[in-house]
Each structure stands twice: as C-alpha cells, then as structure tokens.
Design a protein around this ligand. Structure first.
Ligand code: FEO
Length: 389
C-alpha cells in the first residue's frame, strides 16, 4: 500500500496486516489489523506520527522514499506494533528526534534499545511548531499502557490517538464512514484492549473534550470522519451503566452441564432477561469480551475435572477477571462426578470483579427436578436484580 493523502501536508502511511490472526499471542484478530503512521509536513519541519510493527517495517520505509527529512518521530505508545520501526526511521534520518512522554522514554530504551540522546520528552499540553502546523501533546495514560499520549493538530482539526479509539480491522477504506464492520471491530478492540482501564479512559475522555476536531486518526483501523460516533460509543462503554443481559459462559463434557445451561437460558428468557450463551470449547473469546462490555450478570457453567473447573473455564474466567468488566452479579452452575471444589476455585479466580455472587447450583451427575428448580430460583434472583439496575 502506498501513502495516501488526508489533508494538505498530511498523509496516511503504514501497513494493512490482512492475514494477522492473533495479537500478543492471545487476542483473536478475525479481521486482521492495520498499523497506521501519519506524515505531517509543516512549512519548516516534518513529523512522523508513530511507526509500524517490525514485521512490516519495509512497507513504511518504502513509503518514506523521497521524503528528504524527518525532524520528529512522535511515539504515542512504546508497544512494538507502533514503535517497532522507529529504530529504522532513526537510522534513515540521523537528525530526527523521538518525541514521547517521560515514561515512554524509559520503555523505548528498554524495549527497543533506542539511544537516550535521540529522545526528547514532552510534557502534558506542550506544543511544538512545525511552522504552519502545531503539534499539541496531551498525556492520556493507560490507552493502552501507562506511558501513552495523543497529539492534536489544531490547524487541521485532527486528533491522532494511537491505540485509543482504534479497531483491529484490515480494510482498504481510509475512513470509517458508516461501516458497520468498524462498529463491531471497535467494540471488540475496546473490550480486549481498553476495558481494564475504564476509569482512566473516563478521565482521558474529559481531557480531550475541550479540543475541536473533525477527524480522529488512530493507529489501528480506519480514520473516524464522524468522531462523535466513536466518542459516544466510548462514553457508553466506560459509563457505569449495564444492560439487562446475562452471559452464560460454559463447557460441558458429557451433557449434564449443557442440560443445566439450556434450562437456565430458557428460564431467563421466559423472565425477559436477555441471554448470550458461549460454549467455551468453540467460542471466539473476542465475542465473549464484547458481551462483557455491557452485561450485568455472568453465569459460569462447568463440569468438574479433578475437583476443579474445566481448564477452558479456568482460562476464560481468568481472562474475564483481567478485563475487569462492569458486571454486577455472578453465579456458578455445573455437574460433577463424585465431588467438587469448582465453586470455591472459580470464586478465587475473580478478585477483580466487584460482583455480588448470587449462588451456585452444582449437581451430581444428571440434573434432577430439584436441580432444575434451583436453576429457576436462580433465574428469579437474576431477574429481580436486573429489575433494580
Ligand atoms: Fe497497538 Fe498497545 O498497541
């Protein structure tokens, strides 16, 4: 992909990674991703905003062919998918300086071995002139690491945000427009990357609220040409509001837990509680994460394996704990062969979730009438709690 013009003196650069399917060896990327860099040529100086993943460094370097000088490389975030090609850009432009937060300076030295002398730190609200264009830096920690910042370009009304507002989406579209795929990809991205830092994002949204911009240019996914759309979505996602939605995340080995899950799902839907069911043996964990953005309740369903939860349930529960969703309530259901400590072990896995535990329904072997009645009672309790939201 060649560089693409955005406005006078401003170009999109970077790489579309159509085939990447996993990020951080953990996060599924069903629709690929992009690593966006941006070139800003002022009347006196030139700046490059972020770089690309090292695997695609050659694409950025080819786009920079014919660019005679770069004075500044703005590093919003030290994670390698944005900073990984900075050493190559520094080699090509020996006079270039990296601009970043003080915390990012340490990280760029630690993770990429960039010489301290090539890095200039910028303070919150500091500005640097490129001549007829100005870079204004706003420190926005925890989107997605503690060192992150965004850059505002007032003359062109663009906010460059790196991971903040990004979406893992490979597309040839430069702008998001009204593309529904962007809506899903941005929510998935928020769920997987940003959700643990919800409170910090609330503060960061306030910090940028005084800036006037027509474009939000993130470093993953297309540029938002209707910034209010993604801003409103973020305000909803980071709010304390939850929906009348119960998630059932479960696995079944011989069918007993499946019977319980199906019974509870029917019982909840009869009580007008919306349900999303995820069989962890086949589900895309990103879809589960998306549901966790709004859900009020999670029900974890597990058979017992050697007295504890099934390993896939263990792993998904651990992930939900790490993502720190807004969940208000939790419950555990499942079947065991001869004895179980599943409820105790699952409860110990979720210290970050400030949930009210509504109880557990665990049965030996196939569920009997009394077990199904206990699931109906659990559905009553969930309905009553959701009515108070
Ligand atoms: Fe896209 Fe946190 O890196």
């Amino acid at each position: 992909m060649k560089a693409r013009p955005i406005k006078n003196g401003i170009q999109w650069m970077g790489a579309i990674d159509w085939n990447r399917r996993l990020f951080d060896s953990l996060i599924p990327l069903p629709d690929g991703t992009s690593y966006n860099a941006y070139l800003i040529q002022g009347s006196e100086k030139t700046a490059l905003i972020d770089s690309v993943d090292p695997a695609m460094e050659h694409i950025l370097m080819a786009q920079l062919d014919g660019i005679p000088d770069i004075h500044y490389i703005v590093s919003h975030h030290a994670e390698q998918d944005h900073s990984g090609a900075i050493p190559a850009v520094l080699r090509k432009y020996p006079g270039a300086q990296v601009l970043c937060t003080p915390k990012a300076k340490e990280m760029l030295i630690d993770h990429l071995g960039i010489a301290a002398g090539r890095i200039r730190t910028v303070e919150d609200d500091e500005t640097i002139s490129l001549g007829d264009k100005t870079l204004k830096f706003v420190h926005t920690p925890w989107v997605h690491w503690p060192e992150t910042m965004v850059t505002y370009l007032p003359e062109d009304k663009i906010l460059f945000t790196c991971d903040f507002f990004g979406s893992h989406l490979a597309t040839s579209d430069l702008y998001a427009g009204g593309n529904p795929f962007v809506a899903e990809a941005a929510k998935r991205y928020y769920a997987e990357i940003m959700m643990p830092f919800r409170k910090a994002i609330q503060n960061n949204l306030k910090k940028i609220s005084g800036l006037k911009f027509d474009l939000i240019a993130p470093s993953h996914g297309p540029i938002y040409d209707n910034p209010d759309y993604i801003l409103n979505e973020y305000r909803n996602w980071v709010s304390d509001r939850v929906s009348n939605l119960a998630i059932i995340a479960y696995i079944s080995m011989h069918g007993s837990t499946q019977i319980m899950v199906d019974h509870l799902m029917n019982s909840l839907t009869q009580r007008n509680v919306k349900v999303q069911k995820f069989d962890l043996s086949v589900t895309d964990l990103g879809k589960l994460a998306i549901s966790l953005v709004d859900a009020a309740t999670i029900v974890i369903g597990t058979p017992t394996v050697h007295f504890g939860p099934h390993p896939s349930v263990f792993s998904a529960t651990n992930l939900a704990n790490a993502l720190r969703p807004k969940l208000k309530h939790a419950a555990i259901i499942g079947s065991y062969g001869w004895g179980t400590k599943a409820a105790e072990q699952i409860s110990a896995l979720i210290p970050n979730l400030t949930v009210e535990v509504l109880g557990s329904v665990l049965c030996k072997g196939l569920p009997r009438e009394t077990d199904l009645a206990a699931l109906d009672a659990l559905a009553d309790k969930i309905k009553e709690k959701h009515a108070r939201l």
